[in-house]
Design a protein around this ligand. Structure first.
Ligand code: MN
Ligand code: MN
Length: 461
């Protein structure tokens, strides 16, 4: 038997937990991450943030047909909800690109196309939940409203209410325990039903002597909306308005080593991936990051990774640099940067301890995802897993492995499969999360930093 060396993956995270300088660097990195979280609660806001950061670092908007050469820093924004950015390498593009793929949409409540009504002198908004949520978790917490309105006169109005200290917030009520006997007999999935996720948006009537106003509280809300945005009721139909938790990102625990925030799946990978790309000066291979939308509902639509937008981008740079899409894609390597479920001591039975990921143990390499007999899995090739493992080991970056829970208990997927379908090598790698998909999720500063280091190292493969 080979003796364990201090650089083995197991020993590395234990050594780093005692390394004050390393912990300091991780904490400093987390400060930037928390700012990103507060500024990026929707896919559109995350795209905006990324574009601004890229432009500050010398990236320019790429138009199909533009000439390209080594060292060029470009980005391609897609529908304001997803974005690909790249630095052109010195090596021929036919040697493939090194890609980090993360998603920037998170579970939330979308407003219905016709959402506003009045019921017993309260004005409420109907919602339709997006992604996998435990519906009861979204009641009785402060909520914010984010999104865009497209008005009849062609104006586009950006909306964000509930984030500023001076802003009001919104609220979904739940029954008091005193009267919840019947509710508590419902199955947990129906404890709060989809049609009960109604958001309180107003309670005062319109100040008017006109008795013909049938729904004065709703009318008052519409008046306030018109004053603030110029919208009328039918403009809801041409809007994308999302209800998200109004919480700010905070340090959690007396030692401040954890981060609590909304939307960390998967912005906890999007941020380190973006930072890793921004740090590349002149890479040998062309490096890229895709921040994509709609992962939480199956990567559908023209902003999700099942659409061709990413492939078109690769085809365009491949042809411009004298190669072609199929050659480049087959030679490319990708980390699908998404979260995994961290071992939870309170709910230990859902994990198989030898193959669970743990808080503070570093970036999680997830060889395959899927459910039951690996159904729907993207299963990374052993050769590629080895290449990534060895690179992380050589750079002393803490990593661990993890499956999403026990066999046959549930499962999940990422964008890995859609990228693997294009012919590239793909491995899932990301940050372990506690309370994934809850309105407030928990991650480790050390794992976020380890993921950044891992992503940076991967782009140099
Ligand atoms: Mn995810
Ligand atoms: Mn998710």
């Amino acid at each position: 038997m080979k003796k364990e060396t201090p650089t083995s993956a197991e020993a590395r995270h234990i050594a780093l937990l005692k390394d004050a300088a390393w912990i300091d660097r991780a904490f400093a990195f987390a400060d930037g991450y928390k700012q990103f979280l507060d500024a990026s609660k929707t896919e559109r806001e995350a795209t905006n943030y990324a574009r601004q950061a890229l432009e500050k670092h010398g990236f320019r908007a790429f138009r199909f047909g533009d000439a390209l050469k080594a060292g060029d820093k470009i980005y391609f924004e897609n529908r304001h909800k997803s974005l690909v950015a790249a630095v052109i390498g010195t090596a021929p593009v036919s040697e493939g690109i090194r890609l980090l793929a993360a998603h920037i949409d998170s579970p939330r409540l979308d407003l219905k196309p016709n959402p506003l009504y009045e019921d017993n002198e309260l004005a409420l908004l109907k919602t339709h939940y997006y992604g996998g949520i435990k519906k009861y978790q979204w009641t009785t917490i402060p909520l914010a409203l984010h999104g865009v309105l497209m008005l009849a006169d062609g104006r586009k109005v950006e909306v964000s209410v509930g984030e500023d200290e001076a802003d009001p917030v919104f609220y979904i009520d739940d029954l008091l325990p005193h009267l919840a006997q019947d509710q508590m007999k419902r199955s947990p999935a129906d404890l709060i039903k989809g049609e009960e996720l109604n958001v309180v948006v107003g309670s005062l009537p319109l100040a008017s002597d006109d008795d013909s106003v049938k729904q004065p509280v709703k009318a008052k809300v519409l008046q306030l909306l018109q004053e603030k945005t110029g919208m009328v009721e039918r403009d809801f139909l041409s809007s994308e308005l999302e209800i998200v938790p109004a919480f700010k990102a905070k340090d959690v625990g007396l030692d401040r080593a954890l981060i609590g925030a909304y939307g960390q799946d998967d912005r906890v990978c999007a941020y380190p991936a973006l930072q890793a790309l921004l740090a590349q000066q002149q890479p040998r291979h062309t490096v890229a990051v895709v921040l994509t939308d709609k992962e939480e509902i199956g990567s559908v639509g023209n902003s999700g990774l099942q659409s061709a937008y990413f492939r078109y981008f690769v085809a365009e740079i491949a042809e411009t640099l004298g190669s072609n899409e199929r050659t480049v894609l087959l030679a490319s390597k990708c980390l699908s940067a998404d979260v995994n479920a961290a071992f939870d001591p309170t709910f230990a039975s859902v994990s198989e301890k030898m193959n669970a990921s743990y808080i503070h143990r570093g970036v999680v390499l997830t060889k395959y995802t899927g459910a039951r007999g690996k159904s729907g899995a993207s299963d990374a090739n052993a050769e590629f897993v080895a290449e990534v493992q060895h690179a992380l080991d050589q750079a002393d970056i803490p990593w661990q492995t993890g499956e999403l829970g026990r066999v046959d208990l549930g499962g999940g997927g990422t964008v890995a499969g859609y990228l693997a379908n294009l012919g590239m090598e793909v491995l899932d790698a990301g940050v372990p999360v506690l309370s994934m998909h809850a309105p407030y999720e928990l991650t480790s500063k050390l794992d976020v930093y380890a993921s950044y280091l891992a992503f940076d190292r991967f782009l140099k493969l």
